[in-house]
Design a protein around this ligand. Structure first.
Ligand SMILES: Cc1cc2nc3c(=O)[nH]c(=O)nc-3n(C[C@H](O)[C@H](O)[C@H](O)COP(=O)(O)OP(=O)(O)OC[C@H]3O[C@@H](n4cnc5c(N)ncnc54)[C@H](O)[C@@H]3O)c2cc1C
Length: 808
């Protein structure tokens, strides 16, 4: 009996100490104490002590451990370690980790999450949103932009320049607006609801491009010259990296700059002769200054010993001889300015390199550092803003449009699509807020920005498809009254740019996440690359044993969470959200365990096993997305009425985590290992399901019924009620219809007849004749009928317009 009790205590101790991540020495001492007790109880004898000594002593004596364990493992590690190119190394070195690291490490601190300050707008930022942004939204008619002008009208361009829309990121000392990332996101969200041409045009100069590169790396002369000119729109910038031969593999650009002497503006100077062929460059057709990425070479050693200096970024005025620029691409009927550019033997001084000649070869690092910020702002904000507006519009339309004598939004099939739109709109706003908040705290969150970019652009595409389905033919027939089709057409643009999504999911999210967020892998890689053998061994030994303890602790936590249903995981709140924190903690432990086992089992093959990597990235991503929702709910005061939206978003994320783990185990190359992992993670099988139909129903109702919750869902969007803003008019019509419904019912009841819910003006006349409604009520019916007819109408054209392609 004593033996059994002793064994249970020993196993529990091992389990507990690994769960709390005790150090090796603490664990050894605790186990030694247990052995002493065992000796007194006559359970532990000489052989057990000998075994203990054989295991514990080498592990605890540094020199022995390093010599006999760490050294051979370091040699093996060097052999299987994935080879990293310089561009990959620079991508890894760029940026910082934030709450993503907590989620990756298996034991997230939820109090820490909630203690991050809630992003807020300054009074200046609020005034900008309520002033120039509101005014700009009212100026733009997307049909005219996309169909008639294929560009923004001249007065809109001027308004953008006059109000410094291109200078949101530029510091005040250079005349810019110096807005927070959060404020930039709010501006873009509002603009994109009106026109994606508008939000792309504003987004690009404020994202990765000359403005940001100059501020971060430019020389004082470059900053003093260009930044004030960019602020007022005297210079229009673009940034050219992509070439026909190098898209996703941007590090492989064939464009070159060769250092040589030449004549520039009548003087003999040291410069570079540039040759490039770039495509897809946003704003290029109208740009006055081209941020150019190319590979710099110094074959005549004019700068030093190195011939291949590497990727370099320079600012090239577009009026220099030899530059071809001005032609346009036509991206999916969303005709923002975008086109190719070529340069043939263009000679410029070395001073044109951003940051001057000493920044030669530093281009890739500069780009990935800037991307780790910009990727979390522009495209995610455009996606979130678009879907927030679409959510309200689709909700309103679903209540206004009736078939089978019912609002279509009451049909369960439509509710399913509406719930996806509503839940994702809540999530997307939560994620942009949290990610831009991280940037405003000084982070350059490279993994988070990849997660945010990938998932928000994917969700935008999926939600627009849902919205199109709900609108039926109204979504399909193009014209000034179609507020959906351009978003539907343009959705793949956001998916493709700033790192096409398949690549982002397959390589970047987990590839960077595993190395950046893991507490030991980066240290192990750095140790293995350290030419100082002694230091390498010491660093590797330290990282390795930390790693082993970390791995054991995550296995223990995973097992414990599975067996206990994670019911004992502490949570910051004891309400309906409690279970969500517990399940996210459980999946976080699972991710940490799976990640280590995948790295151990697959080694350098993991880099090629993109679908394993993608699924691990999905787990990390959905942990992050759900955390952002929990933070939003808390930051907004834990409004009980918002709970259905939170529940939908978190339950959808939890389900997707389960699917990702399930698929990963199903496809794991080692079947026995996969079976063991499945037993640890899903001892009772996969048990989570998508949000229930009843929850879908509640979310669908929220979208169709004006309320503070619905208002929060569309917060910040352009919903001003006038007849030129379709979204404002839809909001008004929804309210009018809801107000008209009881009046309509009153007339039906009084006349004992069930009229169809159209020709409300005729119903009004009948009600007045029967003296069952007041004239004010009759007016409401008439107004509701006008709005209803407008809302369900689609555009038609003279056939010659279509034939002449004027109307498509
Ligand atoms: C409208 C528009 C605007 C743009 N604006 C700019 C700009 O201003 N400046 C600029 O420099 N560039 C710009 N780009 C370029 C954009 O960043 C690239 O299109 C993008 O990087 C993808 O390159 P690609 O189109 O050549 O696709 P490819 O590289 O040919 O990729 C095709 C597909 O293969 C996938 N893929 C590639 N490699 C892998 C891999 N290892 N694993 C998994 N999947 C992979 C990709 O995800 C993609 O789905 C723009 C592009 C467009 C369309």
């Amino acid at each position: 009996m004593d033996i059994i009790i002793w064994l249970i205590v020993a196993i529990s101790l091992t389990w507990f100490m690994s769960s709390v991540r005790s150090s090796l020495s603490t664990y050894t001492l605790s186990f030694a104490a247990l052995m002493v007790i065992g000796t007194f109880l006559d359970i532990i004898g000489f052989v057990s002590w000998l075994l203990f000594a054989v295991i514990a002593l080498p592990l605890n004596i540094d020199s022995v451990r390093q010599q006999f364990i760490s050294m051979p493992l370091l040699a093996l590690f060097k052999k299987i370690m994935p080879q990293m190119s310089t561009t990959e190394q620079e991508a890894l070195d760029a940026g910082t980790t934030w709450f993503d690291a907590d989620l990756f490490r298996g034991n997230p601190d939820w109090t820490k999450l909630h203690n991050f300050p809630k992003p807020r707008l300054s009074s200046e930022e609020k005034a900008f949103l309520n002033g120039p942004v509101e005014e700009l939204c009212a100026m733009v008619n997307d049909w005219e932009v996309t169909h008639e002008h294929a560009d923004l009208p001249t007065e809109v361009w001027q308004f953008l320049k006059d109000n410094k829309f291109f200078a949101m990121i530029i510091k005040k000392k250079h005349g810019g607006l110096e807005f927070s990332a959060y404020a930039q996101s709010r501006v873009l969200q509002k603009l994109t609801g009106v026109s994606s041409v508008l939000s792309s045009t504003v987004g690009v100069p404020n994202s990765l491009g000359p403005g940001e590169l100059l501020q971060e790396y430019g020389t004082k002369e470059q900053q003093d010259y260009y930044l004030p000119r960019l602020v007022v729109g005297d210079e229009i910038p673009c940034f050219a990296l992509t070439s026909p031969e190098a898209g996703s593999d941007a590090g492989a650009i064939p464009d070159t700059g060769v250092i040589c002497h030449g004549e520039f503006e009548g003087k003999e100077v040291l410069g570079m002769r540039l040759n490039w062929d770039k495509r897809y460059i946003t704003l290029a057709p109208i740009a006055t200054v081209l941020g150019l990425a190319f590979k710099l070479q110094d074959p005549d050693h004019l700068l030093g010993d190195i011939v291949e200096l590497g990727i370099t970024c320079a600012l090239i005025p577009t009026d220099i001889e030899g530059i071809a620029i001005g032609r346009r691409h036509f991206p999916l009927n969303v005709p923002f300015q975008n086109g190719p550019t070529q340069g043939k033997d263009v000679f410029v001084p070395l001073d044109y390199i951003i940051g001057g000649p000493e920044m030669a070869g530093q281009g890739w690092r500069m780009l990935v550092e800037c991307l780790s910020v910009g990727r979390a702002i522009t495209l995610p904000s455009n996606s979130a803003g678009g879907i927030k507006t679409v959510a309200l519009a689709t909700g309103a339309y679903s209540h206004i449009r009736r078939q089978f004598k019912l609002p279509i939004g009451k049909m369960e099939g439509v509710e399913e699509a509406l719930a996806r739109i509503g839940g994702n709109a809540y999530l997307m706003d939560a994620v942009t807020t949290m990610s831009t908040g991280a940037i405003d705290l000084g982070e350059k969150p490279s993994v988070i920005s990849a997660i945010t970019k990938y998932h928000l652009t994917e969700k935008m595409r999926a939600c627009v498809i849902d919205a199109m389905d709900v609108h039926g033919g109204k979504g399909i027939c193009m014209g000034p009254n179609n507020y959906l089709a351009r978003s539907y057409q343009g959705a793949p643009i956001a998916v493709t740019v700033e790192g096409a999504n398949i690549l982002t999911r397959s390589l970047i999210i987990y590839g960077q996440g595993a190395i950046r967020c893991h507490p030991y892998v980066l240290a192990e890689l750095q140790a293995a690359n350290n030419p100082n053998n002694e230091q390498a061994l010491s660093d590797f030994d330290h990282a390795l044993f930390g790693h082993v303890g970390f791995a054991i602790s995550n296995i223990s936590r995973s097992l414990w969470c599975s067996l206990s249903g994670s019911r004992f995981v502490p949570t910051p709140f004891n309400d309906e959200t409690r279970r969500y924190y517990q399940l996210l903690s459980r999946f976080s432990a699972n991710l940490a365990m799976l990640s280590d086992i995948a790295m151990l089992a697959l080694g350098s093959d993991l880099k090629r096993k993109e679908r394993i990597s993608a699924r691990l990235g999905d787990v990390l991503s959905h942990l992050y997305l759900a955390s952002a929702c929990l933070k939003r709910y808390n930051d907004e005061g834990r409004e009980a009425d918002d709970l259905p939206l939170l529940k939908w978003a978190v339950e959808d994320s939890l389900y997707k985590i389960q699917v990702a783990i399930d698929e990963l185990l199903h496809n794991f190359p080692n079947k026995w290992l996969a079976a063991t992992l499945r037993l640890i993670i899903f001892p009772m099988g996969a048990w989570l399901s998508l949000p229930k139909d009843t929850l879908d129903h509640t979310v669908a109702r929220i979208l169709q019924t004006p309320s503070p919750t619905r208002t929060r869902l569309g917060q910040g969007q352009f919903l001003t009620r006038n007849n030129t803003n379709v979204f404002g008019r839809l909001e008004q019509t929804l309210e009018d219809i809801i107000n008209a419904e009881p009046i309509f019912d009153k007339v039906c009841k009084a006349l004992n007849e069930k009229f169809p819910f159209y020709q409300l003006d005729v119903v009004a006349e009948k009600g007045l004749a029967a003296e069952v409604i007041s004239s004010a009520e009759a007016e409401l019916l008439v107004k509701a009928e006008q709005g209803r007819k407008w809302a369900i109408a689609v555009d038609d054209f003279d056939s010659s317009d279509i034939e002449n392609k004027k109307a498509t």
